[in-house]
Design a binder for this molecule. Structure first.
Ligand code: ZN
Length: 357
């Protein structure tokens, strides 16, 4: 069926009294019903949800929740239905959150807002409107609004998240790290570098407590801190932090690919050996059964970080070795994702760089 046929216009006034349908994304009165159970105020909101958005991933679960409203059946049947709906809602929250984060790392902030809005709406249904479990979803909305420079709106979300964290003294280090990272982003966008750096230092501290300083979840704090130093023209600090980020991803990707990549010194022999190991992954790597080693958000974040590092280092002709190493790390990422043509293209460039170094 074509998309146009799956989309019907509706008149809000024609709905039975007491029923009000609002847009999935912006809460304005709905004028479009799509695939029988999604509501939008406009084609613009529908496209934010559908193109590049999370719609297809969560569709089946949303339909299940919304189409199972009957109260009939035995007590056992009703309980089973409620349990299944609860699981479907948790699936929606998880899928929409990962998607929102991935879209933000790829710079698609408007679409990220649509995905995070679904996560938060179903999050409220599952956890209640004042639960600390909503904080990650609220932070995703804050971060995406920073991405489109809606700083007042972002600040409102961050105040909410900050309030929920401060009301829960037992709040874990991972959540505190996420809060401080997003506050760091906000103050960077506001041009307040010192405040931003203090929040990011807190982020790195709590993330290291929760996961260790060389975990991929800690890379984002170093990366944002590097960008602030870049904006304030402390390029040496930026490069030092970028190398930290780069080594975190290189080690994680190497573990996934089953190769050794730590060398005493990154001289020409070490680079040649790393390139050979990456080539081995490109030829032999077969993903294990089960969930992928990196989810969509982690993949998009790795790509964002490594692209920025490559751009900065490529501008400096003195740093051929770092450029070669970064190109090979990007090849390794694509090899693990099964993107053989892309992996090969980056690997060939790394090899050319090595020959000319
Ligand atoms: Zn709307």
């Amino acid at each position: 069926m074509s998309l146009a046929r799956e989309m019907l216009s509706m008149n809000p006034m024609a709905l039975p009294k007491g029923t009000k349908k609002v847009c999935e994304i912006c809460d304005e009165p709905a004028t479009i019903i799509f695939r029988e159970c999604f509501y939008y105020c406009s084609q613009e909101c529908q496209h934010l949800d559908y193109d590049e958005g999370v719609h297809d991933e969560i569709r089946e679960h949303v339909e299940f929740v919304r189409n199972n409203t009957q109260k009939l059946g035995t007590q056992f049947e009703r309980q089973k239905r409620e349990q299944d709906k609860f699981k479907a809602k948790q699936q929606i929250i998880s899928l929409a959150s990962v998607r929102a984060s991935s879209l933000s790392h790829s710079g698609l902030h408007h679409h990220a807002i649509a995905a995070a809005t679904h996560a938060l709406k179903f999050g409220i249904q599952v956890h209640g409107a004042t639960s600390i479990d909503l904080v990650p979803m609220i932070l995703l909305l804050g971060s995406a609004n920073i991405g489109i420079n809606k700083l007042n709106k972002a600040e409102t979300y961050l105040s909410q998240a900050n309030y929920l964290v401060s009301m829960n003294p037992d709040c874990g280090s991972d959540l505190k790290s996420k809060l401080y990272r997003t506050l760091g982003q906000l103050y960077h966008a506001k041009g307040q570098a010192p405040t931003s750096l203090r929040f990011l230092a807190d982020d790195i501290y709590y993330c290291s407590l929760a996961h260790g300083p060389k975990d991929i979840r800690s890379a984002g704090g170093y990366f944002l801190m590097a960008n602030i130093f870049q904006a304030t023209e402390f390029v040496a600090k930026t490069k030092a932090l970028y190398q930290m980020v780069s080594s975190i991803w290189r080690e994680q990707l190497s573990r996934i690919g089953g190769i050794e990549t730590e060398y005493e010194k990154w001289d020409k022999d070490a680079l040649a050996s790393f390139l050979e190991a990456v080539n081995q992954v490109m030829v032999e790597y077969v993903p294990a059964e089960g969930p992928p080693p990196l989810n969509a958000a982690e993949t998009a974040e790795a790509q964002q970080h490594l692209d920025a590092i490559l751009t900065l280092e490529s501008a400096d002709t003195q740093n051929v070795a770092i450029v070669v190493r970064t190109l090979a790390t990007i090849a390794l990422l694509h090899a693990i994702l099964g993107e053989h043509d892309k992996a090969k293209a980056f690997w060939v460039n790394a090899q050319k760089g090595l020959e000319h170094s």
